[in-house]
Ligand binder design. Structure first.
Ligand SMILES: Cc1cc2nc3c(=O)[nH]c(=O)nc-3n(C[C@H](O)[C@H](O)[C@H](O)COP(=O)(O)OP(=O)(O)OC[C@H]3O[C@@H](n4cnc5c(N)ncnc54)[C@H](O)[C@@H]3O)c2cc1C
Length: 591
């Protein structure tokens, strides 16, 4: 028997988006709960180093329309411009709200929030880099998470920590809550609610080299798909150019914001060739592809598959690449990037003040996900039908504000802007909505899924299937892809899905059975890998993070549209939705 709970509003996920939504919802809805498979402050938001964008203009002139332009251009014109306008305008107020909650931002000498440069952020519609990233050293995400969690506690939001949602309760296009397993005991809990917001983060664990935490398995994104609902723009997954070589652990783009440059085996600053204007501060898709091309042409360090990021003060001063072109000192860099340097020293044994740091592109961020409107309401199709009572915000959602490629610092701002909109939209909705009745046996699917995996005694090991999936996706649906190899990847994923039906796990118990839950997560990852490869195969152009070698050009005539992908009864299908263009007509993207 499952334990039953009833809440007006339910949030799944306790990262920045979930907490911001819960906080704002709880201002009017006293009966708000958050379910999280991790302890809230362990959510991936806490690892974000670089900062949160807002055109505050504290360091130099800045404007929301410059910021909107950068976001649209950075997303290679696949961004819905009404969403980008909301982001750019509401970012200022959202960051100031965090400041008023007590977030310890770095300060200028006269007490304003200090800002730094970040890739793709410019003044005057692409003229030159601008200082737009608000930060707390290189611990911005950590500070956001702590601040929001404290505020939620103050508001008496009810937390269910270390509960993992396995299913959503959706009937007749109305969401009625979620079903979760309490990780400690293995007990099933049914959460009945009027409104449910998904804020479950990304799914970088589909790939072998990734900056994403082990927990980023896209569980609930896959659950949405399993309810015959679409996912949007899944072919666009960002590879960040500065993953620690072989490990994928992220070294923040703040490095380049402080003036660090990429260097190849010949000691060349190769980004001068690929992006003559923005150079090392070009957007991430451009930098990642440039690194791959250097490696392919034999100019990786020692002929291997990595390049160096050089943050030595003498290099920065030689190229005048520091903030505002001003000279930097070792002391300044140590204060600005403490965690980045610590990671280079601990993980690589490299001394960043004396030598280059080995880096390679790492799977980093899902631009695609659960489609929503501007108020985070989940869309049931490309025509705009909605699933009542279901909302999504943060990395798992696709509103679409990042289009084909997200700019650095634009996720944190997305969390707080759309998390807040989601919280407010839920609060408004629950005032008028009735509690839709729970279907009978709403926990049946969850029970049978977990029992099937627990009891299965096939020959396949989940760990082996996971490795094969990650390697397949890295090799064939990575920074570069082309038709025949994407097709091979899709076939391989289908083979792995078939083998997944015959897995066996070692731990047959119910208490804290991470063996079981990780095996279940693998099924979710496989579904997401499948939809990603399928969406990538269909899009016969290159745009943002989707780099097709067989279709190297962007094709605005045929492809200025979002992919909506379904998987119904195991059959994949797609439909397309036009991009919303308001202010900026697509242009060739030059950096
Ligand atoms: C290393 C790193 C550095 C980054 N740096 C920056 C940066 O400087 N600036 C920037 O803008 N962006 C940055 N990003 C991106 C940004 O941090 C993330 O996109 C963002 O934090 C995601 O927030 P979220 O609230 O959507 O989800 P997350 O913070 O990932 O939280 C997901 C939540 O969902 C819960 N959850 C997941 N599945 C379930 C389930 N089945 N049941 C219950 N709960 C579940 C988890 O417990 C967790 O609480 C970085 C990302 C990484 C990986």
């Amino acid at each position: 028997m499952a334990t039953q709970h009833e809440f007006e509003a339910l949030v799944v996920g306790a990262g920045g988006a979930g907490l911001m939504a819960a906080l704002h919802c709880s201002k009017t809805v006293k009966n708000t709960a958050v379910i999280s498979k991790l302890y809230p402050t362990r959510s991936h938001t806490g690892t974000a180093q670089g900062g949160v964008a807002a055109p505050l203009g504290n360091m130099e002139e800045d404007r929301w329309d410059w910021y909107m332009y950068d976001t649209v251009k950075g997303g290679d014109y696949l961004v819905d411009q009404d969403a980008a306008e909301v982001l750019a305008k509401e970012s200022v107020d959202a960051v100031i709200e965090l400041e008023h909650m007590g977030l310890p931002f770095d300060r200028t000498p006269d007490g304003k929030i200090e800002q730094r440069r970040f890739g793709g952020h410019t003044r005057n519609f692409g003229e030159a880099p601008v200082m737009r990233s608000c930060k707390a050293a290189d611990r911005t995400g950590h500070m956001i998470l702590q601040t929001l969690y404290q505020q939620c506690i103050k508001q008496n939001v009810k937390f269910f920590d270390e509960y993992q949602v396995i299913d959503l309760i959706i009937e007749d296009q109305v969401c009625r809550g979620a079903v979760a397993v309490e990780i400690l005991t293995g007990e099933i809990h049914v959460f009945h609610s009027k409104a449910t917001l998904l804020a479950v983060g990304g799914f970088g664990r589909v790939w072998s080299v990734t900056s994403n935490a082990h927990s980023l398995t896209g569980d609930t994104v896959a659950t949405v798909l399993r309810h015959d609902l679409p996912l949007e723009d899944m072919e666009f997954f960002q590879f960040h150019p500065t993953g620690i070589y072989r490990m994928g652990v992220l070294l923040s783009e703040a490095l380049r914001g402080e003036g660090a440059i990429f260097v190849n085996d010949k000691g060349e600053r190769f980004m001068e060739r690929y992006a003559p204007n923005m150079k090392d501060l070009a957007s991430r898709d451009v930098c990642s592809r440039s690194i791959y091309l250097e490696i392919r042409e034999g100019r990786g360090i020692g002929g291997k598959d990595y390049v160096h990021i050089d943050v030595r003060p003498e290099t920065i001063n030689k190229y005048k690449s520091g903030p505002g072109g001003k000279p930097v000192t070792a002391e300044h860099l140590e204060a600005a990037l403490p965690d980045v340097f610590e990671m280079a020293r601990i993980y690589l044994g490299v001394e960043p003040m004396k030598e280059g740091i080995p880096v390679q592109p790492t799977a980093h961020y899902a631009m695609g996900g659960v489609p929503t409107d501007l108020d985070t309401r989940v869309l049931a199709d490309e025509q705009g039908a909605i699933v009542k009572g279901l909302y999504a915000a943060g990395e798992c959602a696709c509103v679409s504000v990042h289009g084909a490629n997200r700019l650095g610092t634009n996720s944190l701002v997305d969390l707080i802007v759309f998390g807040r909109r989601g919280g407010r939209a839920m609060a408004e909705y629950v005032q008028h909505a009735d509690l839709a009745p729970l279907p009978k046996n709403s926990e049946a699917y969850t029970l049978s899924e977990l029992e099937r995996i627990r009891k299965s005694n096939g020959q396949e090991k989940p760990g082996q299937i996971r490795l094969e999936m990650q390697k397949t996706m890295m090799d064939w649906v990575g920074v570069f892809r082309e038709g025949p190899t994407i097709k091979q990847a899709l076939d391989k994923v289908h083979e792995l899905q078939a083998r997944y039906q015959h897995i066996a796990i070692d731990d047959k118990g119910s208490k804290f059975n991470t063996d079981l839950l990780e095996a279940w997560e693998l099924g979710c990852l496989l579904d997401l890998a499948e939809v990603t490869a399928y969406s990538a195969l269909n899009r016969t152009e290159s745009r943002g993070a989707h780099g097709r070698e067989d279709f190297p050009k962007r094709d605005d005539v045929n492809w200025l549209k979002h992919t909506f992908a379904w998987r119904k009864n195991g059959v994949l299908s797609v439909a397309y939705k036009p991009v919303t263009i308001t202010k900026f007509e697509p242009k060739e993207r030059k950096y």
